[in-house]
Structures are given as C-alpha cells and as structure tokens.
Write a protein that binds this ligand. Structure first.
Ligand SMILES: Cc1cc2nc3c(=O)[nH]c(=O)nc-3n(C[C@H](O)[C@H](O)[C@H](O)COP(=O)(O)OP(=O)(O)OC[C@H]3O[C@@H](n4cnc5c(N)ncnc54)[C@H](O)[C@@H]3O)c2cc1C
Length: 360
C-alpha cells in the first residue's frame, strides 16, 4: 500500500455516513479532500436507516469486537467534534416472545464484556417509563445507542468542510485508471483528477468497482421503516419487542423497523406500516397520537459474506473501498482507520479480516 503525501488529492465518492466520516477524518488529519455526494449529502441507505448502534448478540467473536470498538469510537468522536455530534446513549430494552429465548444469549455476551443483563418488569419500567406493559424478563443493553442518521452525516460533512474539504454534489460516471493507478473520476460535469479515490457510494460501489475490474459481491436486502409525526418525549432508548423495533428520533418522530429477510418488496407498504404501528400502540402508554406519518423502503448495502469490505483494492493502486451494513455502528471507527491507512500507507491490523481481496 502506497503512502500519502500532503500534496496529494483525495476524492471521496459518497456523502452518506461512511463517506462523511472518512472525509472528516482525512480532513482532520490535514489532507486535501473533495467529497462527491451524488446529490445526496447525508446518504441514501443512511437516510433509510434505523440507525441503531450496537454489538448485539448474533455475530461471531471477531466481528463482535469490531462492532464493540465501533460503539466506543463514537464516544471518541463526540470528544473530538463536541456537542454538535448528538447521540442517544440510553441503551436498549429487548425481549422475545419466549422467555428462554430472551435470556439465552445473555451470559455468553456478558462474558465477552458487553454491558448486557437480564431485567425484571420493574427495571424495564424504569428503563422505558413510557410503555403500557412490560415483559416479566427483558434484556437491558446499556452500551447501545442511536442517532439521527442524515443529521449526523451532515454534521460530519460540515465538520470536514470547516477543515477545508470541498463538498460537491456531482455524480461519478466512472473511475479513471491508467497503468493500474487511479488518476481520477469522470463525473456528470467532467473529469476530476485525484491521486487517491475512496469508494463510499453504498450499493453503487459494486458497479463502480466492477467497471475497473474490482469484484465486490453484494447481497443487498430491503429494509422498511415507518415514521410517526413528531411526538413529545415517549421513548428513552431503543425498544426491541418481538413485534416491532422502535426508537424515538431527536426530532420527536417514533421510528419502527422491519427487516425483509427474503429481500422482496411487500405488496402493500401502507398496510405494513399500519401493522407495525398497531404493535407499537399496544406497547406505548400514551399512544393516541401514535399514527403513521410516512414510511421508507431502503436497500441495505450488504457484502456477500455479511462482513464489511474495507481497504485498498489490490488491482488498482490508490483506490480504497468502504462498503458495509451496520455502517451506522461502524462509521466512526471505519472513518478513522481508513483515513489512517490512506495517509500512512500502513495497514491497520484491526481491518485485516475485511479486505476486498477475500473475494478474489
Ligand atoms: C432499513 C435499514 C435499516 C438499517 N439499520 C441499521 C442499524 O440499525 N444500524 C446500523 O449500523 N446500520 C443499519 N443499516 C445500514 C446502514 O444504514 C448502512 O450500512 C449505511 O447507511 C451505509 O452508509 P454509506 O455511506 O455506505 O451509504 P449511503 O448512505 O447509501 O451513501 C452513499 C452515498 O454515495 C453517493 N453516491 C452513490 N453513487 C454515486 C456516484 N455515482 N457518484 C457520487 N456519489 C454517489 C450517494 O448519493 C450517497 O451520498 C440499515 C440500513 C437500512 C436500509
């Protein structure tokens, strides 16, 4: 991996949470950065995201460790950027329909150092006083958080701009590679030269990379969110019930999520939103005004093996790839480590399992 010289110019393709974080960290370390947002400063998948920051049970130990570091890194970044970077750190309260299934992952996950424990109904009520009924046994995960995804990406873009980064709404049509070296991009309004290019274009990375011979196999999946109109404070943190995952955004909207594991679009998204809200109304004490305002259907950028793809493309010198699901959880960490690798040319060991080359 070639090192970075201060005179070199870096283009970050993508203004979602990942591109914004990479660009911020590059600019904060004194490099010349231009961000091409494709007309979406704040992101595409980012704008459709549930935005839960977690290292919850369900992943193998190494990926759990990366996610845990991802959580901690948001705290570091809050120290660096200050109060403009707002994150709700009130944790999550979750349960399954079966009490045994609720408790099952807790001991192992606690042994891995996660702040996770069982709570009784009284503790659950203390965690989320705005609910109308509580399970006898629930799981409290106090390290978890959530953020307003577009606002956060835009905060990072603004912080990058304050440090001299250029933000440009142009769209990239293709990467320009000469003799195995990236030399720039072809955009809608012409060519932009660069010495380093970071692909942070979410689901669009796959095609942009394929066009220059870099294989990024993806297994993207649709995800659905239903939003209420702004409401007075109702939920403290995340509530993860068997029927609905919900949280309240900083703007007061309650957001309820559903994952379409099959990848197919539901026929009737209005009905889907109503079903989710009915489940939420059955749980929330003051639910009279808890009605659907709008819903969103977004494509989750998911690499074929489910793990992030982060690192230099071996076949194209100067091209750096960042594509992942759980980009909200990982953005602060990935932004810092990617910037370090690009600037120093030295590989960071933490990222070794996530290299693009694993698909070749
Ligand atoms: C329904 C749903 C729920 C989710 N829930 C969670 C969650 O709870 N926790 C979690 O951690 N993650 C979650 N995710 C995943 C997370 O949102 C994504 O991993 C993350 O937002 C990806 O960010 P990104 O910046 O890579 O991509 P995006 O936000 O998609 O941004 C891509 C950027 O690239 C730009 N772009 C694209 N093509 C071009 C081009 N040709 N030229 C210039 N710019 C271009 C776009 O305009 C945009 O600015 C969820 C995703 C969805 C859809």
């Amino acid at each position: 991996m070639k090192g970075y010289s201060r005179r070199m110019k870096t283009l970050v393709i993508g203004g979602g949470i990942i591109g914004a974080s990479v660009a911020y960290h590059l600019a904060a370390r004194g490099t010349e950065v231009t961000i091409l947002t494709g007309g979406h400063p704040g992101g595409v998948a980012t704008a459709a995201s549930f935005a839960w920051i977690n290292a919850a049970p369900g992943n193998a130990r190494p990926y759990y460790e990366l996610r845990l570091q991802g959580i901690l890194e948001w705290h570091r970044l809050q120290h660096e950027i200050g109060t403009k970077l707002a994150i709700n750190w009130n944790g999550s309260l979750g349960w399954e329909s079966d009490a045994k299934a609720t408790a099952q992952p807790v001991p192992d996950h606690a042994a891995w150092g996660y702040a996770i424990r069982m709570a009784d109904g009284a503790e659950a009520a203390k965690q989320e006083p705005g609910l109308s009924n509580y399970p006898d046994r629930a799981v409290l995960s106090s390290m978890e958080g959530s953020l307003s995804p577009v606002a956060t990406a835009q905060t990072l873009l603004a912080a990058a701009a304050d440090l001299g980064a250029q933000i440009n709404d142009d769209t990239v049509r293709g990467l320009i590679v000469t003799d195995g070296q990236i030399v720039g991009t072809e955009t809608k309004s012409g060519r932009i030269n660069a010495d380093h290019v970071v692909l942070a274009a979410g689901v669009a990375n796959e095609q942009l990379a394929a066009d220059v011979g870099v294989n990024l196999p993806m297994a993207n999946r649709l995800g659905f969110l239903a939003h209420s109109a702004p409401l007075p404070p109702t939920l403290r943190g995340l509530v993860l019930s068997p029927d609905a995952h919900m949280r309240q955004n900083a703007d007061g909207r309650i957001i309820i999520g559903e994952d379409f594991a099959s990848g197919s679009v539901p026929d009737d998204t209005e009905a889907m939103a109503e079903t989710l809200f009915a489940a939420a109304r059955a749980l929330v004490a003051d639910s009279e005004h808890l009605v659907v305002e709008h819903h969103t259907l977004g494509l989750r950028p998911i690499p074929a093996d489910g793990l992030p793809i982060i690192g230099p493309a071996a076949a194209v010198s100067g091209l750096y790839i960042t594509v992942m699901h759980s980009g909200i959880t990982l953005a602060a960490l990935v932004g810092r480590l990617a910037a370090e690798e690009i600037i120093t040319g030295q590989e960071v060991e933490t990222l070794a399992p996530y290299r693009p080359e694993r698909f070749n």
